[in-house]
Write a protein that binds this ligand. Structure first.
Ligand code: CA
Length: 141
């Protein structure tokens, strides 16, 4: 798979924030396992994230997110949630939702994400319109 550096950066940040949220800390081995990559890949990424001011990296003691790192990770997480919610509302299969979100999430401009967020809110508050749309989509598939 051909992935850009920024995609990988975002996935690492997202996963680190998730681990810290769940367990209180993130270790290279845990991030590597979660992302299905080699620990050396994660170590290199963590050093790059430290240079950019997103993580505090202490050799042998793991690492934590800086305030800026936490902010960026929160934006990445919110974006992931909006897309997951949208595709789930549209009744895509769960595994399709996960795959699509993982790939698309890195390529959206803020204004696109904003309109997706509005679609989620709109359909959640008007379930009968969502059902009508889904009927239309199935009929015309
Ligand atoms: Ca991703």
């Amino acid at each position: 798979m051909n992935r850009s550096a920024s995609e990988s950066t975002e996935d690492h940040l997202e996963r680190i924030a998730g681990l810290i949220e769940d367990k209180g800390y993130a270790r290279v081995t845990d991030v590597a396992e979660a992302l299905g990559v080699k620990p050396s890949t994660v170590s290199n990424m963590v050093r790059r994230l430290a240079v950019r001011g997103f993580v505090n990296y202490e050799r042998y003691r793991g690492f934590s997110l800086t305030e800026e790192g936490r902010e960026v990770a929160a934006r990445i997480k919110a974006r992931h949630q909006i897309l997951t919610e949208l595709f789930s509302l549209l009744e895509l299969a769960p595994e399709t939702v996960d795959q699509e979100v993982e790939e698309i999430e890195h390529h959206l401009r803020p204004q696109t994400l904003e309109i997706f967020r509005q679609m989620v809110n709109y359909w959640k508050s008007r379930p009968e319109e969502l059902r009508a749309f889904l009927r239309f989509a199935r009929k015309n598939a």
